[in-house]
Design a protein around this ligand. Structure first.
Ligand SMILES: Cc1cc2nc3c(=O)[nH]c(=O)nc-3n(C[C@H](O)[C@H](O)[C@H](O)COP(=O)(O)OP(=O)(O)OC[C@H]3O[C@@H](n4cnc5c(N)ncnc54)[C@H](O)[C@@H]3O)c2cc1C
Length: 379
């Protein structure tokens, strides 16, 4: 894929902003499990909150590659900050593509301005892999909808004003509903205590006789599953970029540390086994980046089965790379890799969830294989 000079300049701006305004607070955000408020403020300097959305709604009209670069560079220094950013984008994707203009105008401009956050709500206590098995129900009332059910593991819970909720509208049909945190019958359940990504709150949503006006359904109330599948084809590359950013950050830290740490009277970077590990880390990072950027091209051509397969491949490779590279970065720091004075232990904890969310990597492999066997190559 061709990276334009404009994209390169954008990456430089992102790198400067992330290094100066987000990185200094990343350890405290993780330690205190608090929102990355400094990062949220810094996003405003490059208008990142609205980057994917049309200018008519207050957004920046940025292409997918620009979004990827933004997530990558923020995640390189702070996984939690990148999560807060990308979850709002993911949550508004079905609305931006399929929602009514009135519903878009109600929600999108405040998110673009950084005044409001949004959450993407699929998973339930009964499971996350089987999307068609969800139990949250939406029933028509005389003048709108009533939601009943519960969602689990929802990122940015509490901070978000808006929740894009997939709910069952019939035995085989689903709708996406935009729920505001002040809507009657909506409440937030317990918060999870997590291994990583501790700066983004995660928790349950409860819908008990939650009453919504008619206009809060996104597009067709029977097409929600299809909307979400299409949105995931676009959001999986964002999650991949986050994993890639974590891997790049860990690689950079490992190279820096091994260049200065001395043993046997010489920097440990002089030892061949250390150099070999660093080289393998760099190879994995660049291979992941190449597949992700290729995926961006494929997704831009058409949001079809092929694009879905690419999105799953990129998500799997980037997150497996993030896990491996962050573990190796800890190894290359020796004992210091295991303590909190160095960022690599946080990066390792943050990386793990990238193999689990947006569909586990087992599910991604099933999707890739399904596409392969749909059209087996002819002899
Ligand atoms: C920190 C965090 C934040 C999250 N944020 C969000 C969010 O914002 N919004 C949201 O909707 N969800 C979110 N999730 C939920 C996440 O997407 C789910 O946890 C994930 O999809 C897996 O679902 P599950 O936990 O129910 O596991 P299960 O579906 O119960 O899976 C358990 C195990 O079985 C495997 N498995 C299941 N089915 C198959 C199969 N057919 N073949 C092979 N293996 C299979 C899985 O890969 C997994 O290893 C978040 C999760 C975490 C931990």
């Amino acid at each position: 894929m061709t990276i334009t000079a404009e994209h390169e300049e954008f990456r430089r701006q992102l790198r400067r902003m992330a290094e100066s305004r987000i990185k200094p607070h990343a350890a405290a955000v993780d330690e205190d499990a608090r929102l990355p408020s400094e990062a949220i403020e810094a996003f405003g300097t490059l208008s990142l909150c609205g980057l994917p959305f049309p200018e008519s709604l207050g957004g920046g009209g940025g292409d997918l590659l620009s979004q990827i670069l933004a997530v990558e560079e923020v995640a390189r220094v702070c996984g939690s900050s990148s999560l807060v950013l990308l979850i709002s984008w993911a949550a508004l994707t079905p609305l931006a593509w399929f929602g009514s203009p009135a519903l878009q105008r109600l929600i999108v401009p405040d998110v673009c301005a950084g005044r409001h956050g949004a959450s993407f709500c699929l998973t339930e206590p009964g499971g996350g892999s089987d999307l068609r098995g969800i139990k949250t129900r939406a029933e028509r009332t005389a003048d709108g909808w009533r939601l009943e059910g519960r969602k689990r593991f929802i990122s940015n819970v509490g901070w978000s004003h808006w929740y894009a909720v997939l709910a069952r509208t019939g035995p085989k049909s689903f709708g996406v509903f935009m729920v505001h945190r002040d809507d009657p019958g909506f409440s937030i359940g317990h918060h999870e205590r997590k291994m990583g990504m501790r700066g983004s709150p995660t928790g349950d949503l409860i819908f008990e006789n939650c009453v919504l006006p008619e206009g809060r359904v996104v597009g067709d109330a029977e097409q929600g599953h299809s909307y979400m599948i299409q949105a995931l084809t676009y959001t999986r590359p964002l999650v991949s970029a986050q994993a890639l950013g974590l891997a790049q950050g860990a690689l950079d830290e490992a190279v820096l540390y091994t260049s200065t740490r001395e043993q046997f009277g010489t920097p440990v970077s002089e030892f061949q086994m250390v150099r070999g590990m660093a080289a393998d880390m760099a190879i994995a990072v660049e291979a992941s980046r190449a597949l992700l950027y290729r995926t961006v091209e494929v997704v831009a051509e058409a949001n079809d089965d092929r694009a879905r397969s690419f999105a799953s491949m990129a998500k799997t490779l980037c997150s497996d790379t993030a896990m491996k590279v962050t573990v190796d970065a800890v190894q290359l720091h020796g004992g210091y890799g295991y303590i909190k004075d160095y960022p690599v232990e946080r990066m390792m904890r943050d990386a793990k969830v990238s193999q689990i969310w947006e569909g586990t990597n087992q599910i991604q492999r099933l999707l890739v294989a399904k596409h392969l066997y749909q059209r087996p190559p002819r002899a």
